[in-house]
Design a protein around this ligand. Structure first.
Ligand code: G1P
Length: 287
């Protein structure tokens, strides 16, 4: 059994759903209270035992590099003004993980963003974390998926239940059996409700065997030129088999404005310094 040591975090998207906020800043840097969304994704990877992270980025994403680097002027200022707790928090961010940055160069879809990481991953299983999907759970979702990989020794897709009105927003699993960890018959990307094979959507936490790269390389681009991850997963299902794993916890699709607001409210109500007053305020405006 080869251990999962590396994770790819695709972060090259334009963030069109958050324009104009994302015109001059990466969507991954949008904050949930006081931490950018990308912070949560890296934290989840680290909690799942991963140390090496590969960001597949593009133009306009340099602030991601700055965020995970030391900021000498800021650290010096915090030292001088005796803000020890804040200094530690800021320094810890730079020491969270080893991060490698790869430029996607062309925005050719999720499959292409992952394929760009092939040489850095090499011949070993790896995780993929989509940073739009935010998780608050006792056991990190990424860890739940890695554990299912360790049980099955196959690629695993983390899935969650959804409602028929939302199946057309996601990849949908076609399970071959009814279980928490189940073998997949297929996957369908963004089907119409009547064509959805189940109500289980692919959440954005994956472990792949390196064989995925062979299929990504063979995947024909769509009319728009995109290399679809789901197409390569379909090939992997046919060749060596792929499992789905039902995830347990609370999560938010922060790629969506409502999901982003919900995440902000959730973390606001959990925040040590804010929760009491924020909860009072929410009740006040809801009368
Ligand atoms: C991608 C995947 C889809 C998955 C989703 C999760 O879609 O293609 O299968 O369900 O992420 O967020 P996207 O959101 O990039 O359109």
């Amino acid at each position: 059994m080869r251990k999962v040591r590396k994770a790819v975090i695709p972060a090259a998207g334009f963030g069109t759903r958050f324009l104009p906020a994302t015109k001059a800043m990466p969507k991954e840097m949008l904050p949930i209270i006081d931490k950018p969304m990308i912070h949560y994704a890296v934290e989840e990877a680290v909690k799942a035992g991963i140390r090496d992270i590969i960001f597949s980025t593009g133009r306009g994403k340099r602030s991601l590099e700055d965020y995970f680097d030391h900021s000498y002027e800021l650290e010096d200022q915090l030292k001088k003004t005796g803000k020890k707790d804040l200094l530690k928090e800021i320094e810890d961010i730079s020491d969270m993980a080893e991060i490698v940055y790869i430029r996607q160069k062309h925005a050719l879809g999720l499959g292409h963003a992952i394929l760009r990481a092939k040489d850095v991953i090499g011949d070993e299983p790896f995780a993929v974390i989509l940073p739009d999907m935010l998780v608050d759970s006792d056991v990190p979702y990424m860890k739940q998926v890695i554990e299912a990989y360790e049980e099955t020794n196959r690629s695993v897709l983390g899935v969650k239940e959804t409602t028929p009105d939302k199946v057309s927003l996601y990849g949908i699993a076609d399970p071959a059996e009814s279980a928490d960890t189940f073998k997949l018959k297929g996957v369908v990307e963004k089907p119409a409700p009547e064509d959805a094979p189940s109500n289980l959507y692919i959440f954005g936490r994956y472990v792949f065997t390196p064989e995925l790269f062979d299929y990504l390389e063979k995947t024909k681009p769509t009319l728009g030129g995109e290399i679809m991850l789901t197409d390569a997963i379909s090939d992997l299902i046919k060749s060596e088999g792929v499992y789905g794993k039902i995830l347990e916890g609370t999560d938010f699709d922060t790629g969506d404005k409502l999901g982003y607001l919900q995440a902000m409210a959730w973390y606001g109500l959990k925040h040590n310094d804010l929760s009491e007053e924020f909860s009072k305020y929410l009740k006040e405006i809801n009368q």
